[in-house]
Design a protein around this ligand. Structure first.
Ligand code: ADP
Ligand code: ADP
Length: 220
């Protein structure tokens, strides 16, 4: 479960302050598929960053499975992120010199999983996203939709229970976007992965159990 209690996020930019989130209260149950809708600049990315412990709130609490993240040190936060949370962004952030298989192996390298097990699991995950026949392609030999599917497989490498997706179809045409959304939905349905997905595209609402609308940093 993910719980945000009266969360504020203020960015300092030189002498200015930008309040990106103002008093967010939100509870997301295990296995939910939640879409966060809102225009550009409304605070969606900031919300996902805080849920993913990539950044800390200025005020308020973020709880992951009952753990209050403000009470964890950096090492504990890194472990929590690595073991429980997968991220997918609009950009794919694949390593261009590595193959699809090696990109998916990478989070398991950091976790210290032995090579044989890494390769086996990376192959399974790439098959799951429909890329079992493209294991040895480099990112520039794959379409945008395929690169995002590699990024999904990589996000799943360490078996996260939560998948945070920030505009995952933002750079894709309608058809590849649908393939990516169908994969995310299937992970939610069949594996019970909790999904929180930020988008400004209203056509994606059909995938969600619940749609949250955010405007100027507040839920409305
Ligand atoms: P969205 O994802 O809905 O586009 P963001 O969370 O990216 O919204 O941004 C919310 C607000 O916070 C915007 O005004 C944005 O300019 C500001 N913001 C986001 N990240 C930073 C940052 N690192 N430093 C300063 N301001 C930021
Ligand atoms: P998608 O349906 O994911 O948008 P495309 O129609 O763009 O796929 O691509 C069709 C096929 O062409 C894919 O199997 C992909 O592997 C291959 N392909 C796409 N872009 C490139 C590229 N830059 N180099 C090599 N192969 C590519």
């Amino acid at each position: 479960m993910i719980e945000l209690i009266d969360v504020y996020k203020v960015y300092k930019v030189g002498l200015h302050e930008v309040t990106a989130l103002r008093g967010i209260n939100l509870k997301i149950e295990d296995g939910e598929f939640v879409i966060v809708m809102g225009p550009s600049g409304s605070g969606k990315s900031t919300l996902l960053y805080l849920m993913g412990c990539l950044d800390k709130p200025t005020r308020g609490e973020v709880l992951i499975d009952g753990l209050n993240t403000s009470q964890l040190n950096d090492k504990q936060l890194t472990e929590l992120r690595r073991d429980k949370i997968g991220f997918i962004f609009q950009q794919y952030y694949l390593i261009p010199t590595l193959t699809a298989l090696e990109n998916v192996e990478l989070p398991m390298v950091f976790k210290g999983i032995p090579k044989v097990e890494r390769v086996k699991r990376a192959k399974e995950l790439l098959s799951l996203v429909g890329l079992g026949d493209k294991l040895n392609r480099k990112p520039n030999e794959l379409s945008g939709g395929e690169q995002q599917r590699v990024a999904i497989a990589r996000a799943l490498a360490n078996g996260p229970s939560i998948l945070l997706c920030d505009e995952p179809t933002g750079n894709l045409d309608t058809k590849s976007g649908r393939v990516v959304m169908d994969i995310i939905k299937r992970l939610n349905d069949e594996r019970g992965v909790t999904v929180v997905l930020a988008t400004h595209d209203p056509s994606l609402k059909v995938y969600a159990d619940r749609v949250i609308t955010i405007r100027d940093g507040a839920i409305c």
